[in-house]
Design a protein around this ligand. Structure first.
Ligand code: SF4
Length: 698
């Protein structure tokens, strides 16, 4: 019997697992991993079932024909090289994923930004957390998550906004419920238009008008000011921008805010007063905040409320972003977004560029931000980007406005797709398909929502000819002539390089620094225990909370409050599209179902795609009379088929559809193909959660 400690492949909670290999291979939750402390949700518990060879991509394919890895790599390198020669480095791009390991991300980012000479590498985390990244940087000077999971247990009050935590971060929600079961609070407030699985367990559910969250937090700042609970001593020493931020919210008195949010004024007043008077409050937010054309402003409206009262970086108090994917944080740290460099260094900072270029020995360092996801695919559709490498993601199902994405993929001169599954919608367009090692087969690190870096450890040989993504990017880098920079013996060597880079020239002005791990031997890397960054001379054992010392990462060491002018979603319902389509997830499926869709155990709860609507809306449209329950939802961007669920949990005037189903599991049911692609101008994140739509019985 041998045991390996690893982490779950899916969400940003980052649960630890123990895999025990004997006659059979068993999996159980790790009782000592700080994220889950012995808990697991259904997706994690069924991970072993995903290791079946069924549907796996086992060999490199060039135009559908099996070729050797060396032939495939040679082809990719030669075609990328010739396109760069003819059209320049910005004519090529990578689109990667928060499911990749940090080591994969690091090598891809280094190849694109340091050697190809473009910053055209973006990640599907753009759809997930980009507004938080932009909001953090505006407020703190860096993309810093201030607190830790323990804060959710130590808080007297937890506010969940834009988060269906019970379904999307189930183990973390279980931690909150467990403390409540022991009679120690916290008072739980859920701010969500829907009576979601999370809202059903709240002490207070504020079913606000969809998209009005920004107004609510502006009203809250105003209310706290009126109650005289602003922490002037904290503001004076540690924050700029309070006066401007307060001026911006003077119109949002209680009555006006309640009207804008569609809430009862007395109930809203009760919430705001309780928020103001409770010392230990955590406001946790997720995709309901981020996936908005004003997502960054919403994030800053939330952070403003915590800065104004000095409730940040303290046990049980602070704003807390819940990342969607298992390594979305690792991708942010390593520079996987088109407007970032590496190790939280800034692409627009010439000194940072010089540091990284010297360290990498970069032959062609990118000098300006690349294309963000939506713009990137638009550039492919317009022929400005001619070669695209998609790794570990299925944009034809997950990106908004699928018709345009399809046009882009069809137009691409060279589409390379790294995948573990043979038949995804995106893979069908590939010129070159590279078989990728998957969970259980590959090794590296991930960072979860509370900044804990954990080892993901492989325990099986990759199936067929599958390889880890870092090996594929490094091989292409070497074939393009960058031999020395892309020769790595193993993931440990990549991690050491990354850790050393993170400490370069850091005099305490950068948050992300794991230079304390730069000298790990291969054996020490193998044994690495979960650790919360930073890990450096000042914090050799990691750090639970930032900003407890009042030190932020703007050059003057102060945080910024922002004057916020909240906005509703950019599109409103009209005669043609008379209901607002909200989107989200269900507890037992993951993203576009490539891994989870085939497992019977995970399909029991939600066997088919569904769209939820209120009984009154259903009756008005005759939907409640449709025997089959089948409907078609149409928007100005496209449509999808679905079964209807009539429920009072869905507010009138809106519908809710989970976005998971791809063509393998339900024909013509791709929800994101029909959603609003308008992006937040600051973060580039699309408004996936607010699209006017109509519903038609079949
Ligand atoms: Fe934990 Fe998330 Fe995996 Fe569930 S999906 S086991 S909550 S990491």
């Amino acid at each position: 019997m041998s045991e390996k400690h690893t982490v779950c492949a899916y969400c940003g909670v980052g649960c630890g697992l123990i895999v025990e290999e004997g006659i059979t291979t068993d999996l159980r939750p790790d009782p000592e991993h700080p994220a889950n402390l012995g808990r697991l949700c259904a997706k994690g518990a069924n991970l072993m079932e995903t290791l079946s060879p069924r549907g796996r991509l086992l060999q490199p394919l060039l135009h559908g024909t099996h070729v050797s890895w060396s032939r495939a790599v040679e082809h990719v390198a030669e075609r990328f090289g010739s396109i760069i020669e003819r059209h320049g480095p910005d004519a090529v791009a990578f689109y990667v994923s928060g499911q990749m390991l940090t080591e994969d991300y690091y090598v891809a980012n280094k190849l694109m930004k340091g050697f190809i000479g473009s910053a055209n590498i973006d990640t599907n985390s753009r759809l997930c957390m980009a507004s938080t990244v932009a909001g953090h940087i505006r407020a703190f000077g860096a993309d810093t998550v201030p607190g830790c999971y323990q804060d959710l247990e130590e808080a007297e009050m937890v506010v969940l906004v834009g988060s269906n935590m019970a379904s999307c971060h189930p183990v973390l929600f279980q931690r909150i419920l467990d403390v409540r079961a022991r009679g120690r609070g916290p008072y739980l407030v859920v701010i969500d238009p829907r009576r979601s699985e999370t809202a059903q367990q709240a002490d207070l559910h504020l079913a606000l008008r969809p998209g009005s969250d920004g107004f609510l937090f502006c009203g809250l700042l105003n209310h706290m000011w009126k109650l005289g609970r602003v922490d002037f001593a904290f503001l004076e020493r540690h924050v700029h921008g309070f006066v401007e931020a307060l001026e911006a919210v003077t119109d949002f008195d209680l009555r006006h805010t309640a009207e804008l949010c569609g809430l009862d004024q007395a109930v809203l007043a009760d919430f705001m007063t309780r928020f103001t008077l409770t010392e230990r409050v955590v406001t946790a937010f997720s995709q309901g905040i981020n996936q908005s054309s004003s997502g960054t402003d919403k994030v800053n409206a939330i952070i403003n409320c915590h800065l104004a009262t000095g409730r940040i970086g303290k046990p049980g108090a602070g704003p807390f972003s819940l990342t969607g994917q298992g390594n979305a944080m690792g991708g942010r740290e390593v520079g996987g977004l088109a407007n970032q460099l590496a190790a939280h260094m800034k692409l627009e900072n010439p000194e940072h560029r010089r540091l990284v270029a010297d360290f990498w020995g970069a032959s062609n360092m990118a000098e300006r931000a690349g294309l963000k996801a939506i713009d990137l695919f638009e550039a492919v559709a317009e022929g400005r980007v001619k070669a695209l490498w998609v790794a570990c993601t299925n944009p034809l199902v997950s990106l908004p406005n699928a018709d345009r994405v399809r046009q882009a993929l069809a137009k691409c001169e060279l589409l390379v797709v790294s995948e573990c599954m043979a038949h995804t919608e995106t893979a069908a367009f590939a010129d070159v398909l590279l078989p990728a090692a998957t969970w259980g087969e590959k090794s590296g690190t991930v960072t979860n929502s509370e900044r804990v870096i954990s080892r993901q450890r492989g325990f099986r040989r990759p199936l067929g000819e599958a390889r880890p993504d870092w090996a594929a990017f490094a091989a292409v880098g070497r074939a393009m002539g960058f031999q020395e920079a892309f020769t790595y013996a193993n993931p440990a060597a990549i991690f050491r390089e990354y850790a050393a880079l993170s400490g370069l020239g850091n005099d305490g002005t950068r948050d992300f620094d794991i230079s304390g791990l730069a000298d790990l031997t291969d054996a020490q890397y193998e044994e690495l225990q979960p650790v919360q960054w930073p890990v450096n001379r000042e914090y050799p054992q990691g750090r639970a909370r930032f900003f407890d010392d009042g030190r932020f990462f703007h050059p003057d060491g102060r945080a910024r409050m922002l004057p916020i002018q909240p906005r509703f979603p950019n599109l409103t319902v009209d005669g043609n599209h008379d209901l607002l389509l909200l989107t989200g997830r269900v507890a037992d499926q993951w993203h576009t179902m490539s891994r989870t869709g085939g497992l019977a155990a995970l399909r029991r709860r939600d066997e088919e795609p569904f769209v939820a609507m209120h009984p009154v809306d259903a009756a008005e449209r005759g939907i409640d009379q449709v025997v089959s329950g089948l409907v078609r939802v149409e928007t100005r961007y496209g449509g999808f088929l679905s079964r209807v669920r009539v429920t009072e949990d869905q507010p009138m005037g809106s519908m809710f559809a989970p976005f998971h189903w791809n063509d393998t599991f339900a024909w013509d049911a791709k929800v994101n193909s029909a959603v609003n692609p308008t992006v937040d101008p600051l973060s580039g994140q699309p408004e996936l959660k607010a699209t006017p739509a109509s519903i038609h019985p079949l």
